[in-house]
Design a protein around this ligand. Sequence first.
Ligand code: AMP
Length: 223
Amino acid sequence: MIAILLGPPGAGKGTQAKRLEREHGLKQLSTGDMLRDAVARGTRVGKLARAAMEAGDLVSDDIVVQIIAERITEPDCANGFLLDGFPRTVAQAEALDAMLEDIDRKLDAVVEIAVPEDILMKRITGRFSCAECGAVYNEYFRPPKVSGRCDVCGGTRFVRRKDDNPETVRQRLAAYRAQTEPVLPYYEKKGLLRRVDGEQPIGKVASDIDRALGVEGPAPPAC
Ligand code: AMP
């Protein structure tokens, strides 16, 4: 399956994409993670992307399109993949169509995780993750069960994203509104868009996404 998770920053795309990879083997391709890795390693792409990311702006279409075009031809994508954070502009969506055509594949579904803007700020500025295993937490809504210790791996080191500060978040939300929201009607016209209410409890969001992608488990037996 080839699918896309769309939605504003803080909607839960990364959390849900990691879960889908773990539970359903859908390979997560996050352009945000790839770019952060490039910045951390100081590669040419990282140097080009850094300023835009720190300002909360989008990195140029050329850079992200090239990253994805190379990544989707790697062997671990042969059985499909889940795009998280790409496409973010209509030009990227069009480029994705062309790349998939080149490799004779097609997009199966696009899931929008919809969350109103007023609740995103707290979600983003409160979030942090385990430095060891990447498990995601939120100081307001989902702290670790034991303070300072990761529920998943027991790790005690946590990290926050540099761009999760209020000023940059405001700019990231503005970029979403101006540049990414127009991607929704692009996929709606193609009949691929499914909308999930991202304000629901996390388990319900997960099951709605699974249903939208057609990967939900068997229904429990009737008693
Ligand atoms: P994310 O982790 O998806 O929130 O992305 C973090 C940052 O990386 C964004 O604010 C952008 O600066 C950059 N970025 C990630 N994906 C893209 C993309 N598809 N197009 C342009 N910039 C991107």
